[in-house]
Ligand binder design. Structure first.
Ligand code: PMP
Length: 404
């Protein structure tokens, strides 16, 4: 059998529809974020990154870098083993205590990524709670969807951000079945924020537990970076808060927080926790430093907010349409995969602006977009340069037709 021919046929189809993934070869310039050195031909040597999920530039922060370097010097590079067998280090447990404190919970568990934490926690809860039903927001992230699927629990999808639909669907379920309402705070691609208070209220009315993904909110929202649930004073009413250390905290890894009993349960049964080598202690040390910094410093959050508002206002002034949302994510809708790719290529080649086209499968086919994430380290001049470039291209490429 010619397996390569089978692979190539499917890849060719992706290329044909404009959804073949192409990555930029960049080298971050430490201390100069959001600048990066480009190793690609036909691009300027130095480019400005406009689509980073290191939303606050904490991956470059001197305190975070020092914490990682110091831990490497003291503990070495690897973790030694899985969490269950020799891989749990002091730094992991310090981080877990820090995370529990961040969300005001009794316990926390550190996983190798946010993806794994969602997958492992939901698959464990759904499979181990007898007759569990998981009610999943229609736009939940792939990691939650995969975890729910793997659990083989009954799944009910409720309309995106629609507590009334959730209420109806909960009411139709057997009263004594354990129910888990899974949703996010900030949705990563549209940048909309869930009506958390209403969702929590509906879940409480039906005795359901709440499972909240705050991956795109931790570090960024709330006075200590505890996410939208902290900002709204709802954290103590959410059963499980899940997050990442790979985005606003600039490191790597994911986590869940909740009651001591629930964390112990997941720790004891989740294969995604048990059967994989733990992240290096140095990563945990860096993440702890990053969380501690953002618990007491709001400078980065304030500066980010200002740059987000500035970019929105300047796009509006030029008539460049973007999704209206209350978050830090600015999606400029292109609605065509080929044009989206082409615009991103031109921005990179002619303007030194790196923004990855967001095409299928990251979003469904149709709402392709350029997703901008302004941060505290983007200068006013960076914003002006981006808006000028987009304005020129908007006119040149007659994008208006594609979005009409
Ligand atoms: N949840 C959401 C909503 C996400 O967008 C992502 C990743 N983009 C994850 C979970 C996974 O987090 P991580 O990148 O840490 O694996």
């Amino acid at each position: 059998m010619d397996f390569d021919a089978m692979f190539t046929a499917q890849l060719d189809a992706l290329k044909e529809e404009g959804n073949y993934p192409i990555f930029a070869e960049l080298e971050r310039q430490c201390g100069a974020f959001p600048r990066a050195r480009s190793h690609d031909e036909d691009t300027p040597d130095q480019v400005t990154v406009w689509c980073s999920n290191d939303y606050l530039g904490m991956g470059q922060h001197p305190t975070v870098r020092e914490a990682m370097k110091d831990a490497v010097d003291r503990c070495g590079t690897g973790a030694d083993g899985t969490r269950n067998i020799s891989g749990t280090a002091h730094h992991h447990l310090v981080l877990e205590r820090e995370l529990a404190d961040l969300h005001g919970k009794e316990g926390a568990l550190f996983f190798t990524s946010g993806y794994v934490s969602n997958w492992a926690a939901l698959s464990t809860l759904g499979s181990r709670l007898p007759d569990a039903v998981i009610l999943s927001d229609a736009l939940n992230h792939a990691s939650m969807i995969e975890g729910i699927r793997h659990s083989r629990a009954k799944k009910v999808i409720w309309n995106h951000n629609d507590p009334e639909d959730l209420d109806r669907k909960l009411a139709a379920l057997p009263a004594n079945a354990p129910k888990i309402v899974a949703f996010e705070s900030v949705y990563s691609m549209d940048g909309d924020i869930s009506p958390m208070a209403e969702i929590v209220e509906v879940a409480e009315k039906h005795g359901a537990m709440t499972y909240l993904d705050e991956v795109h909110a931790v570090g960024l929202y709330g006075p200590r970076g505890g996410g939208v649930s902290e900002q709204l004073g709802l954290a103590d009413r959410i059963t499980l808060i899940e997050g990442t250390l790979g985005k606003a905290y600039g490191c790597m890894g994911g986590y869940v927080t909740g009651s001591a009993a629930m964390c112990d349960f997941i720790r004891s049964f989740a294969s995604g926790f048990i059967f994989t080598t733990a992240l290096p202690p140095a990563v945990a040390a860096a993440a702890t430093a990053s969380i501690r910094h953002l618990k007491v410093s709001s400078d980065e959050r304030r500066a980010q907010k200002a740059q987000v508002a500035q970019l929105r206002a300047k796009l509006d002034a030029q008539g460049i349409p973007h999704l209206d949302n209350p978050s830090h994510i600015i999606p400029v809708m292109i609605k065509n995969p080929v044009k989206c790719r082409m615009l991103a290529d031109i921005l990179m080649r002619d303007y030194g602006i790196y923004v990855q086209p967001i095409n299928y499968p990251t979003v469904p086919k149709g709402p392709e977009r350029l997703r901008f994430t302004p941060g505290p380290l983007h200068s006013d001049a960076d914003i002006d340069h981006l808006v000028a470039a987009l304005t020129t291209l908007w006119k040149q490429c007659a994008i208006a037709h594609a979005v009409a």
